[in-house]
Design a protein around this ligand. Structure first.
Ligand code: C2E
Ligand code: MG
Ligand code: MG
Ligand code: MG
Length: 288
């Protein structure tokens, strides 16, 4: 639309805007078309990042993270194409693909271990959550052969919780009734206030990486994270610290009784075989 407006406004303006705008429009269009093709032939990929018990170093679950398939022009950042898919509505088919495949991937991972079943955590975007058949998609995912009961978690952002209405509340209640756990992703970044924690049946808070980053150098940041952990405990919620990269961060989080964590210190998002290998041996990472 912006392209046509610029064109109509006259030649000079057209020239001025043309190169960047043209590239962007073409790129968007290309991404859009390729996304349809990729969803059509199942070519996306999922990586699995372990969630670790910070005290015992056991892998308790995995977060499924979507990846654009490798292509000659380099990979496309997930945040970018997920945002585009939200805009175009393609998130409906993309999100359904993720749920199906994450459930199947989790069932395979769970089959490789005799220990407690690791759960699978799936990111759900705001628009996907409002799809008419979302609950059916969740139910279908839960019916995946081999998937252990109670091992699916959905990650919602504060944006969803901020714009709550009857429809959202009903969907959350229905998926909770199916035994699905609800996590708040990127907790602390959404300007949402804390009211929903009282009214909304949330199970898990995922403390955003931006909070975790500075806890070793910034006492105010440390105090904030400690406060979040305490609030969560009081409310009976689990806490996961995201983006742990150093042994020092790990030690501080452990000292404030933050129970779970994720981050490059323990493992990057892994291909299924690597993820399975973790379940047999001890968890990676090194105690400081
Ligand atoms: P997120 O859900 O908050 O996921 C965490 C992101 O942080 C992931 O990036 C992960 O690879 C990265 N990460 C984990 N540990 C570390 C660390 O120690 N250091 C650093 N620097 N990064 C770390 P990724 O995979 O690129 O995903 C970005 C975002 O894209 C996700 O943020 C999520 O919002 C979205 N996303 C990913 N997969 C899906 C999906 O299947 N569906 C939807 N709707 N969104 C998805
Ligand atoms: Mg997430
Ligand atoms: Mg996050
Ligand atoms: Mg994020």
């Amino acid at each position: 639309l912006a392209l046509y407006a610029a064109k109509a406004a006259g030649k000079r303006q057209w020239r001025r805007f043309r190169p960047p705008l043209h590239d962007r429009v073409v790129r968007r269009h290309e991404l859009q078309e390729r996304m349809d093709a990729i969803v059509g032939n199942g070519g996306f990929a999922l990586r699995y990042q372990p969630v670790v018990d910070l005290a015992t170093e056991e892998v308790v679950g995995f977060e499924a993270l979507l990846r654009w398939p490798d292509d000659p022009r380099g990979t496309v950042p997930t945040e970018q194409f997920v945002a585009l898919a939200e805009e175009t509505g393609q998130i409906a088919s993309l999100g359904a693909w993720v749920l199906r495949n994450a459930a199947a991937g989790a069932a395979r991972l769970q089959a490789t271990t005799s220990g407690p079943a690791p759960y699978i955590s799936v990111n759900v975007s705001a628009r996907q959550f409002r799809e008419a058949d979302f609950v059916d998609q969740v139910r279908a995912a839960l019916d995946t052969p081999g998937l252990r009961p109670g091992s699916l978690q959905l990650e919602l952002t504060e944006t969803v919780l901020m714009r709550r209405d009857k429809q959202i509340d009903a969907v959350v209640q229905r998926v909770k009734d199916l035994g699905v756990r609800i996590a708040v992703d990127d907790f602390g970044t959404g300007f949402s206030g804390l009211r929903y924690l009282r009214e909304f049946p949330v199970d898990v808070l995922k403390i955003d990486k931006s909070y975790v980053d500075d806890i070793t150098v910034d006492t105010r940041q440390f105090a904030l994270v400690e406060g979040i952990v305490r609030i969560a405990r009081t409310l009976g919620l689990d806490v996961i610290a995201e983006g742990i990269e150093t042994p020092e961060q790990w030690a501080l989080l452990t000292s404030m009784d933050c129970r779970f964590g994720q981050g490059f210190l323990f493992a990057r998002p892994l291909v299924p075989d690597q993820a399975a290998a973790l379940l047999d041996g001890p968890a990676p990472g090194r105690r400081p």
